[in-house]
Design a protein around this ligand. Structure first.
Ligand SMILES: [Zn+2]
Length: 445
């Protein structure tokens, strides 16, 4: 027996101790917040310390605490973030983006020119722009490629690229020739390149289309219950799926634990989608009294996407814009209703989740939606902030993890200069962005 050999039992013990030490080494962060809105809807407090452990909220204490106030192990690390001159709040949530899309002249042609890999790179850029605007979580509402949007989500989660926590629908579920079928502008055989697994007709195909998205690891299901403004089609803005198809989509998704978001403009389509069990209505432009009754009864969310309407208005006002005649006719109809429908819903007590449809508008301009919710929707600044935080979290089905700075939730934190409750535009100039305890943006005052 050699004296240098460590007995087997001691080796096991040492390994165990090493691994235990690794397990217990914690990363702590303390954010010194001059003003803090920890839970939107509750009071703003002054001179607070938000304590994070391993990226999650561990506690909030009055005053500016430091290392000696925490019982740290010697292997733990601690970083203190000075936001004493800032207004600190939970990271924003956008319930409707298209990270791999960018509306522009010739955009439809780019869909067949770009590889999925090219599209993923574009998505990575949009993801970074979105995070830097203070949006720490987003829900992607449909992509035209098979793989790119999943690669973007998974790349963010793996730390390969920088972006918000992203929940993905995959391809939108759409009828053949409907909104969400990306083949409109193309003849065969080019059209075939853009025909996605989300396009379906009839109950059996629609069940399969939903299952295809879930097989590819979609987090939720997006369907297009009515026509849309931006598809180059002259089919109006009314209902596109039949009731049996809508039920097939909803039931298949729910059997497999997925929430369902239904794009809908025309009232009959909104109401049919809500009756079939949609959790959210995207746009909701021509909602009527029956829609409001169904929203409230089902506790469903409205994703108003006022930013997209604003983009549409600008394109309409520009006679040289790339809108086709089909798009122009529909945009004119939708823009008129866009000025009033959110207020009508909000006044009647419908849940509203901040949503932009970024991809139609610019990625990174997402915070303009707060201002639009106030100006067109009649929400107070605090209500708009709730729509972009707590309601966004509930809309995604992640209220236990996101939307406020409460113990156990993710340390997703943004900070601005000034008080957004006095001037909502301040949210368009975010100075500090942290996601899961990691700082991605920290500008000097
Ligand atoms: Zn959209």
């Amino acid at each position: 027996m050699t004296s240098s050999r460590i007995p087997f039992k001691i080796t096991i013990l040492l390994c165990l101790l090493t691994s235990l030490t690794q397990i217990h080494a914690a990363e702590w962060d303390i954010i010194h917040a001059g003003k803090l809105l920890a839970v939107p809807g509750e009071a703003v407090t002054a001179k607070q310390s938000v304590i994070l452990k391993d990226g999650k909220v561990y506690g909030i204490k009055s005053g500016y605490i430091d290392a000696v106030d925490l019982s740290l192990d010697s292997s733990d690390s601690l970083e203190i973030h000075n936001l004493k001159n800032h207004f600190v709040m939970p990271g924003f949530i956008d319930g409707h983006v298209h990270l791999t899309l960018a509306l522009a002249p010739g955009a439809a042609l780019s869909w067949v020119q770009m590889s999925d890999a090219d599209t993923a790179m574009l998505g990575a850029k949009h993801a970074r722009d979105t995070l830097m605007a203070g949006f720490t979580s987003v829900r992607d509402m449909g992509a035209f490629t098979d793989d790119a949007i999943f690669a973007v989500r998974d790349g963010i989660n793996a730390g390969y690229i920088i972006g918000p926590r992203t929940f993905v629908a995959g391809n939108p579920i759409a009828i053949n020739g409907g909104h969400g079928d990306f083949t409109h502008s193309f003849k065969e055989p080019v059209a075939d390149v853009l025909r996605t697994s989300g396009v379906c007709d009839g109950v059996a195909e629609c069940r399969k289309a939903v299952r295809d998205q879930i097989r590819r690891k979609a987090d939720h299901i997006k369907l297009t219950a009515t026509a849309g403004v931006m598809s180059d089609s002259n089919a109006g803005l009314e209902q596109q799926f039949f009731e049996d198809e809508l039920s097939a989509i909803m039931n298949t998704a729910k059997l497999m634990g997925r929430r369902v978001a239904a794009h809908a403009h025309g009232a009959e389509g909104i109401n049919a989608a809500l009756k079939a069990g949609a959790n959210t209505i995207e746009h909701g432009t021509f909602l009527n009294d029956e829609s409001i009754r169904l929203f409230v009864e089902n506790n469903a969310y409205l994703s108003p996407t006022l930013s997209a309407f604003k983009t549409g208005e600008a394109l309409l006002n520009d006679s040289n814009s790339f809108l086709t005649d089909n798009q122009r006719v529909k945009a004119e109809r939708a823009m008129t209703a866009a000025k009033t429908f959110v207020k009508k819903a909000h006044d009647a007590g419908v849940n509203i989740a901040l949503s932009t449809d970024a991809g139609v508008g610019l990625h990174g301009d997402n915070a303009k939606e707060f201002e639009l919710l106030v100006n067109y929707g009649g929400l107070s600044p605090m209500e708009a902030i709730i729509a972009g935080t707590l309601s966004g979290a509930e809309n995604i089905g992640k209220l236990d993890e996101l939307g406020s700075l409460e113990n156990g939730k993710w340390g997703d934190i943004v900070a601005v200069n000034g008080n957004p409750l006095d001037d909502i535009i301040i949210l368009q100039n975010v100075k500090f962005v942290m996601k899961e305890g990691v700082v991605y943006k920290h500008l000097a005052d």
